[in-house]
Design a protein around this ligand. Structure first.
Ligand code: HAM
Length: 417
């Protein structure tokens, strides 16, 4: 017996209403903010993610699906979408368009992680990226958009965590301060943190080990070591969020798990408590496009995991609008009726009425049972006698009444109902 690979799930028909709901709200909120859809390939050149400066992140070192194709080219299933969007921006000369370029995406993303509730090896991200403009108002725009999206789904009591991690000017000095702080206590931190001290000191701040949390609490705060430009930028972001009435919690330990962030970083947590609780993660990445070979171009954005959103919708008892299946089931009994069912199905579908026609030689009782379980609005019953009399029986499944309708006016009758 084959099963779906560990950490992946089949999205069954019964789940599709949630997916359609989330995806349509994503598209709608993007339309409101002028973000256009971009679809990038599911696999990319390995180097796009494993940039030399990206060392020390779990994503690159432990979580990527890497493979060689038949020509020996080293490829990676996309482990996130910001670098691919930036690659497409450079490749298609989007810097020649009016800036910022506002893009969004929806699609599968792959990470070799330990699967658990809300954490998968294939998950689906909806995300937005605004490229080519360094303004703080754009940071605020993407945060506002993310919140607008979540609230349009009915999610409430969201917490926005906010921090600034500085830029190429001020961050290195802060990292040195952090290293010095940790050097004095290096024998007390966990093994992972000892590696982080060398490879990725900022990540020391979000170690989940209880003992390391205390050290992180006591560590110097980057917000107190920002250069004047970063300080102004961060102040503007906070002021504009306040003007918009978007509450946020400043968290000096929020550094995010990817290497490319500069200045603003944020996460949005739902009502639910727990380790996997961030449903949105994002921030500014003013150096990334240059790192992948483009001209120095600022960018800011976020991504959210659709599976985690659906999990939260269900936990909060929020239902997705039903998709609405076919309206009509055609039951038939006898050879002439079988043929009549074929032509009637075609006629109704030509009128854009959804039809499920019974197949095989089921009894009328079992056909009606099937119609019931499919939740159709009407069942048309055709027997050879009805066909001979140029009639059909139409059963209204909700009102539980049936009427004989002349064949010639059947389509019209169903269309009007
Ligand atoms: P990220 O925080 O790694 O950021 O992922 C964004 C969101 O994807 C998370 O908040 C979570 O909802 C979802 N997610 C991540 N990993 C998994 C998983 N294994 N299973 C289920 N859901 C998951 C990024 O990917 C950045 N590219 C976001 C960004 C865009 N920053 C700037 N622009």
């Amino acid at each position: 017996m084959y099963r779906a690979p560990r950490g992946t799930v089949d999205i069954l028909p019964a789940e599709q209403a949630y997916w359609a709901f989330v995806q349509s709200r994503a598209a709608e909120v993007c339309r409101l903010y002028g973000y256009e859809r971009l679809d990038t390939p599911v696999f990319e050149d390995y180097g796009l993610f494993a940039r030399s400066d990206a060392g020390g992140t779990d994503l690159v070192e432990k979580e990527m699906y890497v493979f060689e194709d038949r020509s020996g080219q080293k490829l990676t299933l996309r482990a996130e979408n910001t670098a691919p969007v930036c690659r497409a921006y450079v490749e298609h000369g989007m810097s020649n368009l009016p800036q910022p370029v506002r893009l969004y995406y929806l699609g599968p993303t792959f990470r070799y992680e330990r699967p658990q509730a809300g954490r998968y090896r294939q998950h689906h991200q909806f995300g937005c990226e605004a490229l080519g403009d360094p303004s703080a108002s754009l940071d605020v725009e993407v945060i506002e958009l993310a919140i607008g999206f979540l609230t349009s789904l009915g999610l409430r009591q969201l917490t926005v965590l906010l921090n600034s991690i500085g830029c190429r000017q001020c961050q290195p000095q802060y990292v040195e301060l952090l290293r010095t702080h940790y050097e004095a206590i290096s024998s007390e931190v966990c093994d992972d943190c000892r590696v982080r001290m060398v490879r990725n000191p900022l990540r020391l701040l979000d170690c989940k080990e209880p003992v390391c949390r205390t050290f992180a609490d006591e560590a110097p705060r980057i917000s107190e070591h920002l250069c004047p430009d970063c300080e102004v930028h961060f102040r503007e972001v906070q002021e504009q969020l306040q003007v918009l009435g978007i509450g946020f919690t400043f968290n000096h330990k929020l550094v995010r798990g990817l290497d490319y962030y500069t200045r603003t970083v944020f996460e949005i947590l739902p009502k639910r408590e727990g380790g996997q609780s961030a449903i949105v993660g994002g921030g500014r990445y003013d150096g990334l496009i240059e790192q992948i070979g483009g001209r120095s171009t600022p960018g800011v954005g976020f991504a959210t995991g659709i599976e985690r959103i659906i999990l939260n919708l269900k936990e909060q008892g929020i239902e997705a609008p039903p998709l609405g299946g076919p309206a009509v089931y055609i039951a038939h009994l006898g050879d002439a009726a079988r043929l009549a069912a074929v032509t009637l199905s075609r006629e109704l579908r030509d009128l854009q009425i959804g039809v499920i026609a019974s197949t095989g030689g089921k009894s009328l009782k079992s056909q009606l049972r099937q119609a019931n379980s499919l939740g159709v609005r009407y069942t048309v019953i055709l027997g050879d006698d009805e066909v001979a009399r140029n009639e059909a029986m139409v059963r209204d499944m909700t009102a539980n009444v049936q009427a004989t309708v002349p064949r010639a006016s059947l389509s019209d009758h169903l269309r009007r109902c």
